[in-house]
Design a binder for this molecule. Structure first.
Ligand code: HEM
Length: 190
């Protein structure tokens, strides 16, 4: 396992997500999480603009994904589809036709395939998985980062794991843009 310093070493890349027309592969091909360089800068700016435009009020009694859906003007009923898509978001996790079908329903709910929809889905899926992990960690009494490990492709092409123990929100260009919101959530979930 490598230390979080590699997250600032631009020779370590994100897993490639080639262009795709549908399913999880489409989402990965359009979000900042799975690209580098100028395209990452462009996609990330879109996600940050969207996040800044939202009013999200963390609550201990309402599911965080339902709160975020409300802030995005989307119905709470689609939170199960966010859950299915989040479970298959990372390319190393199990992929399924069910997750791809959930993704297509979310695309429709978010207004059709395009940059704006990819940004909305990126926020929903990233926040869902990470805040779930935070809640599970609180319940179990475990310490350490809620998301303990991330991955990069090393210069020799191998996949390496990166320890987030000293960087729970990451480091470098891909560091979590939702950190302030995540910390506000952590405070109300205490
Ligand atoms: C406890 C809660 C959270 C934790 C521990 C967490 C952790 C992280 C980490 C470690 C990364 C970097 C991954 C890497 O470089 O490989 C990341 C990226 C990201 N997070 Fe979070 N996160 C949390 C909550 C949120 C929330 C609430 C949002 C949005 C509302 C969010 C949106 C994102 C996005 C969009 C990225 C991708 C950024 C990029 O690739 O440029 N996260 N998060």
């Amino acid at each position: 396992m490598l230390t979080s310093a590699v997250l600032e070493d631009l020779r370590y890349r994100l897993p490639p997500a080639p262009p795709a027309g549908s399913g999880l592969a489409w989402l990965r091909s359009r979000v900042p999480r799975f690209c580098d360089g100028p395209e990452h800068t462009r996609r990330r700016a879109g996600v940050e603009r969207l996040l800044e435009s939202l009013t999200v009020i963390p609550s201990s009694s309402v599911d965080p994904t339902v709160v975020l859906l409300g802030a995005l003007g989307l119905p709470a009923e689609i939170s199960d589809d966010v859950d299915l898509v989040a479970a298959a978001y990372q390319p190393h996790t199990p992929q399924s036709a069910d997750a791809d079908a959930a993704l297509e329903r979310l695309v429709a709910a978010c207004g059709g395939r395009g940059d704006a929809t990819a940004a909305r889905m990126c926020l929903l899926v990233q926040a869902h998985a990470a805040v779930r992990a935070l809640v599970a960690q609180r319940r179990s009494g475990a310490t350490g980062p809620p998301v303990p490990v991330t991955r990069r492709i090393a210069p020799d092409g191998t996949v390496v794991e990166v320890d987030l123990a000293d960087a729970p929100f990451g480091r470098g260009p891909h560091a979590c843009p939702g950190r302030a919101l995540a910390e506000a959530w952590a405070a109300v979930l205490r």
